[in-house]
Ligand binder design. Structure first.
Ligand code: MD3
Ligand code: FE
Length: 221
């Protein structure tokens, strides 16, 4: 298409993708990307949580995580006094984690494509629940076998300030506000950057109530 001065601008518009914010060399926030999916996502999430409810987990150092956790998919992330790991069994029930519902998988795969990762095949979906005051300290995600796969996260409920650091713990993190329905994709050179979540503020979300739920899709095995 020709602009008023005759320039070709269609490709620029497509490249910039309204609602797609680049936050790192290979990382993007897709604002509101999950909103059209919410009515299908929430019932699936409810089904998963009926089978594997949120629970408080303890770090190997003996400290409880302030976010409560669950998982679905072939592998779930767990921590206890013996260490951090991915496991095919929910330690609470000693049964396999609930299957990853199709809609959740499709949402993650399509979001990854939007960010340029065209062969994402997640086998793990970690579900973090933050109530007001809960946070996640700066850390790296190093328990996965394949760092070439991206990580896709879906934010639901109360807003959060995401901390996006560098490759050293001491690098000053960027602060990125994440809202209900935002999806973030991290990959490539950004995959091992330090990151965390500031304490969630008091409040109530109109759909989710007084909590933030974050879904994190990964290829862990
Ligand atoms: C950035 N969860 O579960 S999104 C985690 O909002 C975790 O619940 C946060 O950090 C949350 O480990 C942040 C997920 C995330 C995962 C991996 C990343 C963000 C990342 C790897 C590199 C950079
Ligand atoms: Fe993390």
């Amino acid at each position: 298409m020709q602009g008023p001065t005759g320039e070709l601008f269609t490709e620029d518009v497509l490249q910039q993708r309204p609602g797609r914010e680049q936050i790192g060399q290979e990382s993007y926030v897709l604002r509101g990307y999950a909103l059209p999916w919410i009515d299908r996502v929430l019932p699936q999430l409810r089904g998963v949580l009926a089978q594997s409810p949120f629970r408080q987990m303890v770090t190997p150092g003996g400290f409880p995580l302030s976010a409560a956790l669950s998982s679905c998919g072939e592998l779930g992330w767990t921590t206890d006094s013996t260490g951090y790991r991915y496991s095919p069994l929910d330690p609470r029930s000693q049964q396999p984690w609930p299957a990853m519902p199709d809609t959740l998988r499709q949402l993650a795969v399509l979001a990854a494509i939007e960010a340029g990762f065209c062969d994402f095949s997640p086998d793990a979906c970690l579900i973090n629940r933050y109530v007001p005051g809960a946070k996640m300290s700066l850390h790296q995600d190093k328990n996965e076998c394949n760092y070439s796969a991206p990580v896709v996260s879906v934010s639901l409920g109360m807003p959060a300030i995401f901390l996006f650091g560098g490759h050293a713990r001491s690098d000053k993190p960027q602060r990125i506000s994440l809202f209900h329905g935002d999806v973030v994709v991290w990959g490539g050179v950004d995959r091992l950057r330090f990151h965390g979540v500031m304490p969630i503020k008091e409040g109530v979300h109109s759909i989710m109530g007084p909590q933030r739920i974050n879904l994190t899709f990964r290829t862990a095995g």
